[in-house]
Ligand binder design. Structure first.
Ligand code: HMG
Ligand code: MG
Length: 296
């Protein structure tokens, strides 16, 4: 069995986590969270999204957050962008790294961004070439890569088709999302089998609803994946999946990687400070088992 020597963790708590929390935080608090996360050594962080504030009020004013954070050299600070309007805001704010998002399920895509999968790809085609020409980094997300809350199980071939299309559009990296956190390791293996992309360009993005996040990540590492998304303290949820929890917790991922001897850049003690800070701000208990154990 060959595991990667190094894993890049993409911290999505300030975006995927906060977008699903019921408390809307101030710009200042969001900036503090991201700065604390940067201090933990993470090399890739999602700062927020340039989407409609009517749809996602928790992430309104991401422009101010982006302007306010300390940007460390060599760290990828990215922002989610659904359309040309969001792309324009990204350019105005001199964002170097954007993420587009579609789904492998028509119904989810419609409910999430009010367009079909095909329309979403056409929308991305209207600005990704410009982004690439300007030297921006572009990540593509595929939601419901294992199952959809409305359509049920999703066939890997459906996901593979979209992977190819996103690569053709110029995405540098593609993140495969188990949006509602129902997948198990065998399904992860099936998804990765014959996937039409260099493994180095693929990330896994597991929500942890059934506590399978870490097992699924391990299956993905065995399958050759070396980019893993996670959210500090397991922040978040999914508005379309009752009971769905947030992303697998970054602390749990770091514990796994450290235990496997896989380099990951993260200083756990500093990460715990960010976790304690955000839990206090949101008046929540952590859902991370590692965090709970390590904080006592
Ligand atoms: P729409 O209503 O079809 O858009 O929404 P529209 O073009 O008709 O515009 C409606 C209003 O929104 C207009 O304002 C626009 O200006 C404004 P009004 O004239 O009514 O005042 N608007 C915008 N404002 C700011 N930034 C923009 C923007 N675009 C339009 N970029 C739209 C379409 C895509 C905008 C909407 O559906 C939307 O914002 N959706 C966001 C959904 C979202 O953020 N979901 C969560 C992220 S995805 C995710 O979490 C999954 C992931 O984690 C992976 C996984 O777990 O699977 C990535
Ligand atoms: Mg997500």
């Amino acid at each position: 069995m060959i595991l990667p020597k190094h894993v890049k963790i993409v911290e999505v708590g300030p975006r995927d986590g906060l977008q699903a929390e019921s408390i809307t935080l101030s710009v200042e608090t969001r900036i503090q969270l991201i700065n604390l996360l940067s201090d933990s050594g993470l090399r890739a962080l999602e700062v927020g999204s340039f989407v409609s504030p009517q749809w996602i009020p928790q992430l309104a004013e991401t422009d101010k957050v982006y302007q306010g954070i300390q940007k460390k050299t060599g760290v990828d600070y990215s922002v989610l962008v659904p359309n040309i309007k969001g792309y324009g805001i990204a350019l105005e704010n001199e964002v170097h790294s954007i993420a587009v998002f579609t789904a492998a399920s028509e119904t989810f895509c419609q409910k999430n961004i009010n367009s079909s999968i095909e329309q979403s790809l056409q929308t991305f085609a209207s600005f990704i070439p410009d982004a690439k020409a300007k030297g921006l980094r572009v990540r593509g997300y595929i939601s419901c890569a294992i199952a959809c809350p409305f359509e049920g199980p999703i066939a890997p071939v459906k996901v593979h088709e979209i992977v190819s299309k996103l690569l053709d559009l110029g995405c540098d990296e593609i993140s495969l999302g188990d949006t509602i956190g129902v997948g198990t390791p065998l399904q992860v293996q099936e998804l990765l089998k014959n996937i039409p992309a260099p493994l180095g360009k693929l990330a896994v993005h597991f929500h942890d609803t059934y506590g399978m996040g870490i097992a699924n990540i391990y299956a993905a590492l065995e399958g050759g994946i070396s980019i893993v998304d996670s959210a500090v303290s397991g922040l978040g949820g999914c508005p379309y999946a009752p009971g769905a929890s947030g992303n697998v917790a970054t602390e749990d991922v770091v514990y796994l990687l450290d235990g496997l001897g896989i380099e990951n850049d993260v200083d756990v003690q500093n990460l715990l400070k960010a976790a304690a800070f955000i839990d206090k701000q949101l008046k929540r208990e952590t859902t991370s088992k590692a965090s709970r154990a390590l904080r006592t």
